[in-house]
Write a protein that binds this ligand. Structure first.
Ligand SMILES: C[S@@+](CC[C@H](N)C(=O)[O-])C[C@H]1O[C@@H](n2cnc3c(N)ncnc32)[C@H](O)[C@@H]1O
Length: 647
């Protein structure tokens, strides 16, 4: 590799530790590095054989320990705390907006009130939830209003003494079309008020006007095709794991696979939301927030429901809460967040160690190719993460503020360092489709909201035109085949560079720098042209059995042609007829997409792509478009962020 490529590779690697150059970690690391000096780094640190030795070294060796300990001693909580006055001001504004019928504005203000009001400020927080429930009713959001009414009771509102609580419940039930519950709530309110009053009569008249909203359809979680694989967790039986010296372990087909087969449906072992989305998406399940439920202690992030809040706050968030802004301010990459999360979400230190060490043993880390500088940087980051765990008493109560780690803490530090190496090559970005207009396809774009580490998902190798597409249902990864495959064909993902958009040189450079391999896929071997340079020609497979040669579109369809591979005289008439039919089906599928008939479009694309691969090979412009459209249709079945109404 040339020197500029070397620099690019180092930059790519650095970014996987520190993604924000303005964060303080960069300065911290540069200070450690300069205090150690190149000689120590190259002659001593680079010779250390284990992650444990590296972690011990950054804490103990005199060349770096003063700088490391000096900074880590000062690690202290930094997070967005609550603010009762701010919260109450927003609540008053939200009440006013509600009375004026400005529900969208009211929701923004009520959200701020709920987020910022501390739970221990009498029953203020309960009242914030009550205010928001009214606004939500105004917006026609019955279910969310009911959640807020429940939350109001959790935070001090005594429903038994509060007729308003039941009047709002009645309206919320009416919005959900639950007539019986609505009537019961009205009766309770009337009882509390000793009979019908102007207020109850007014609410009844309001309820009369309510037209229940249909429930939004929930996302489909597909089942893997052909049954669960007994050896590969969460995968279909039609794939298997193999290994080769030049490709490492990778997935191939174990059977005949058809276009559209679901090959993997898997939850992440750990996943984190990107900090840019902390204010807009659920910290736990990544869905877009509408009426956020806050953590009881911080206001820097939020959850979509009490369930997500409970799940997070009883596990990982209780450790991360008070240090969230420090972690963000360090500029550390999302991979570092995931490494930390593997421990904070574990049921115990030992459980965290077991999971981390299993990942380190099983996933590729390219340890041989690592430079001492890279290892030192990751070791300092692991030491920082370990210090956070110490400070939050992850290892139990501490009697000292001293940084020097115990034997168990060193094990965790070493595991964090190991994770920082394997995550670099194995993490998937998690995304959804953002809908900004009324048409599902015309106004959609992909938005990356987080990243996660998937067990089986990380065994798929890359090709510059992959044979599967991925979409996400929440945090679950779904891999679906985009073409038919024969047994033992490589089942590949794409790591970023696709041949249609980047030329061979750029792709090879990116993959070498970011994933440390030389791509040898068919688009690379045959140097397929960029999309705009592709012609519309079809390249046919020779119809003779086991030939495999590729033939051009015949000049004269009435004549048979001699195959350049098997030398037999063959007829391409049937193949041509099929390809014409395929073209018609692609057009029909595109029409279905225009009409937003996703299932119809999917069915047509799958069938047509299967027929195409019976008789022809890539690259073929219309089939590439069809495969891309299939991807878009599948993504439409996954996570969608409705950005049409910004509140
Ligand atoms: C997510 S892992 C895939 C599983 C990996 N092959 C293993 O053995 O664990 C990514 C790494 O796999 C290797 N890899 C991926 N695609 C490859 C390909 N087309 N040819 C060779 N190596 C590849 C690279 O070393 C890359 O850093």
């Amino acid at each position: 590799m040339s020197a500029p490529d070397d620099i690019f590779k180092d930059l790519c690697s650095t970014r996987t530790v520190q993604s924000n150059r303005n964060g303080f970690f960069n300065e911290f690391y540069q200070e450690v590095k300069s205090s150690c000096g190149e000689k120590w780094l190259n002659n001593y640190f680079s010779k250390l054989k284990s992650n444990e030795a590296r972690i011990l070294s950054v804490f103990n060796d005199r060349e770096c320990c003063d700088t490391v300990l000096g900074v880590l001693e000062n690690v202290a909580p930094v997070f967005k705390f609550k603010d009762a006055i701010f919260g109450q001001q927003r609540k008053a504004q939200a009440d006013k907006a509600f009375l004026l019928g400005k529900f969208k504005e009211g929701l923004i203000l009520a959200n701020l009130a709920v987020m910022r009001t501390p739970k221990d400020a009498e029953d203020f927080l309960g009242h914030c939830y009550l205010t928001r429930s009214s606004v939500l009713i105004g917006l026609g959001e019955g279910e969310k209003a009911l959640t807020d009414l429940k939350m109001a009771t959790v935070f001090g509102i005594d429903s038994k003494k509060n007729p308003d609580y039941f009047l709002r419940s009645a309206q919320a039930y009416a919005l959900l079309g639950e007539k019986m519950r609505c009537e019961i709530a009205m009766k309770v309110a009337e009882n509390l008020l000793n009979g019908p009053t102007d207020r109850t009569r007014f609410t009844r008249s309001e309820i009369e006007k309510i037209v229940p909203k249909p429930k939004a359809p929930s996302m489909e979680i597909p089942e893997v095709s052909g049954g669960q694989n007994p050896d590969l967790y969460n995968a279909s039986k039609s794939i298997k794991l193999v290994e080769s010296p030049d490709k490492g372990r990778f997935i191939v087909s174990n059977d005949h696979i058809k276009t559209g087969d679901t090959l993997l449906v898997e939850d992440p072992i750990a996943a984190c939301l990107l900090s840019d989305f902390f204010g807009s998406h659920c910290h736990n399940c990544f869905t877009k927030l509408f009426a956020p439920i806050p953590c009881e202690f911080c206001s820097g992030l939020a959850f979509c429901s009490p369930q997500c809040m409970g799940e997070a706050c009883s596990t990982y968030h209780r450790f991360e809460c008070h240090y969230m802004d420090l972690l963000i301010g360090s500029g550390m990459s999302i991979l570092c967040f995931i490494a930390l999360r593997i421990f904070t979400q574990a049921t115990s230190v030992e459980n965290g160690l077991t999971i981390a060490n299993r990942l380190i043993e099983n996933m590729c880390s390219h340890s041989v190719e690592r430079k001492p500088d890279d290892l030192l940087q990751r070791s300092v980051m692991a030491a920082f993460l370990l210090r956070i765990l110490q400070k939050v008493e992850y290892f139990g109560r501490r009697t000292t503020e001293a940084v020097c780690p115990s034997a168990l803490e060193i094990q965790v530090g070493a595991a964090l360092l190991g994770l920082l190496q394997v995550l670099q090559f194995n993490v998937h970005e998690i995304y959804g489709t953002s809908i900004t207009g009324d048409h599902a396809y015309d106004n959609s774009k992909v938005i990356y909201v987080g990243a996660g580490i998937f067990g089986t998902g990380s065994y798929f190798n890359h090709e510059c035109w992959p044979s599967v597409t991925r979409h996400f249902v929440g945090k679950k990864i779904v891999l679906t085949s985009t073409r038919p495959m024969e047994p033992n064909d490589i089942v590949s993902e794409n790591y970023g560079p696709v041949f249609t958009r980047k030329n061979l040189k750029e792709r090879q450079r990116d993959l070498r720098a970011r994933y440390l391999f030389d791509c040898n896929c068919i688009p690379c071997r045959e140097n397929w042209p960029l999309f705009q340079k592709l012609d519309k020609n079809v390249r046919f497979k020779c119809p003779s059995a086991n030939c495999g040669a590729v033939l051009r579109y015949p000049k004269d369809l009435s004549k048979d042609v001699r195959c350049s591979g098997c030398r037999k005289i063959v007829s391409l008439k049937e193949s041509v007829v099929k390809v014409i039919k395929v073209g018609e089906m692609y057009r029909e599928a595109a029409e279905a997409m225009k009409d937003q008939e996703t299932d119809k479009a999917l069915g047509l694309f799958k069938e047509a792509i299967n027929i195409f691969f019976d008789v022809a090979v890539l690259p073929h412009k219309d089939t590439l478009i069809a495969q891309q459209s299939l991807r878009t249709c599948l993504a439409d079945k996954g996570t969608k962020f409705d950005n049409r109404t910004t509140v």
